[in-house]
Design a protein around this ligand. Structure first.
Ligand code: PRP
Ligand code: URA
Length: 209
């Protein structure tokens, strides 16, 4: 069964308040999403495997650690997931980045896939699927399906804000995927928007609409 983590770190919660605020303009919104993504990356990578190494300091030999295994794969869901990539890459600069392009049909709310490009060695890599919004869960489920179809075995999902409906949908379809959030909100409205949420993440990030 998926585990759900809601990060209660004060810096994440503080910045999320300004991300939600409808008075926050595109420039600041983009900067804040970037910053929160970096802080969340710090928390989400807590369980990365380490290996013992020895390093020569100017004074002697130190037994130390480096991260073991293949480089992480980050997979933003286009478009809004792009807003979180740079913040995460500042914490994990060696990560590989794949892309899954999906949009949500405004009538049916069903995700429509238009692009997929992943790093090599999909089977051996751990992936983090990234999207600011987990609303009905359709887009996240479809992106995770897409990765699994191509061989991915270890996947985490990282979102800023989720509705309970979206979390339940992912848990049901992908019980092996843990979910990392900055906030769990109240509900979805009739248009599939998260309430209170932050509005349309893609539009606010890219200044469209
Ligand atoms: C938004 C958001 C998620 C999706 C969440 O994308 O970034 O991908 O909706 O909704 P769901 O959980 O109900 O699937 P949107 O479809 O608006 O596309 P965009 O990022 O290109 O604006
Ligand atoms: N997509 C968004 O950008 N916002 C929502 O609240 C729901 C889906």
């Amino acid at each position: 069964m998926s585990k759900v983590f809601v990060f209660d770190h004060p810096l994440i919660q503080h910045k999320l308040t300004y991300i939600r605020d409808k008075e926050t303009g595109t420039k600041e919104f983009r900067e804040l999403v970037d910053e929160v993504a970096g802080l969340m990356a710090f928390e989400i990578t807590r369980d990365l495997p380490l290996q013992d190494v020895t390093v020569e300091t100017p004074v002697g030999l130190a037994k130390s650690k480096t991260i073991a295994g293949k480089k992480l794969g980050l997979v933003p869901i286009l478009r809004a997931g792009l807003g979180m990539v740079d913040g995460i890459l500042r914490m994990i600069p060696a990560a590989k980045v794949g892309h899954v392009g999906l949009y949500r049909d405004p009538e049916t709310l069903q995700p429509v896939e238009y692009y997929v490009k992943l790093p090599t060695d999909v089977e051996e890599r751990e992936f983090i699927v990234i999207d600011p919004m987990l609303a009905t869960g359709g887009s996240a489920n479809e992106a995770i399906n897409s990765l699994k179809k191509r061989g991915a075995k270890t996947i985490k999902l990282m979102c800023l804000v989720a509705a309970p409906e979206g979390v339940e949908a992912v848990k049901e379809v992908h019980p092996d995927v843990d979910i990392y959030l900055a906030a769990m909100d109240e509900k979805l409205n009739d248009h599939g928007y998260i309430v209170p949420g932050l509005g349309d993440a893609g539009d606010r990030l890219f200044g469209t609409k």
